[in-house]
Design a protein around this ligand. Sequence first.
Ligand SMILES: [Zn+2]
Length: 213
Amino acid sequence: MKLETRQLELTEYIKIKPRLRLKFTKSVPYSLKRIFQYLILDTLPYFPEFKNKIKMILVGYTVSGVAFYNQYESEKDKIYIKLSAEATKKSVAHELTHHIQFFYSHFKDEAMKYSYLRLLYMKKIPHGEKACDIYTFARHVDLANGRSSYFGEIKLDSKKLHEISREAIKKRNIEGYRQYIRWFEEKLHAHHSRGSPHTRKNEEGCGSGKRKI
Ligand SMILES: [Zn+2]
């Protein structure tokens, strides 16, 4: 299988913006609705495999943290995330990547149509926060924002971070290297990043959503 290494132009994504319904829970402050709406609509084009596969995104609000994915309330064609006022495109993309961790097979066939996504979908996307970050950074350079990550603050430019994330996934998916997260962390340190250890807050993770909306 030939794998694309070039950067996919965003225009290629934009053409295939998926059709779906965006719904807000009552907890979302009125002043944030439009901001969240734009944030999600800006992030969705990076997920072309969601086209015709996701019917609804339900958005809630969280005061603490940046964003959460609610695994209990999500279904394969319905995503429930919570966002805070500090949420970024990267944090939304991270939550959408959690959804793929849980429903990989729902998206695989569609994803394999896009050469740039094939590397990510060659094998089942592993669970875990660090894996979720690596797969988010690897998806597109625009999402490789290391300011707030499960590896601490990553002081690498987006292009480099995107590249080493794809390299790490190649190690895993092509070379069968199981310690790809460790390899990624070593690369971060080699690039003089401040890969500080996780705080407890980080380790609670955003995949541990509560059942109640
Ligand atoms: Zn997460």
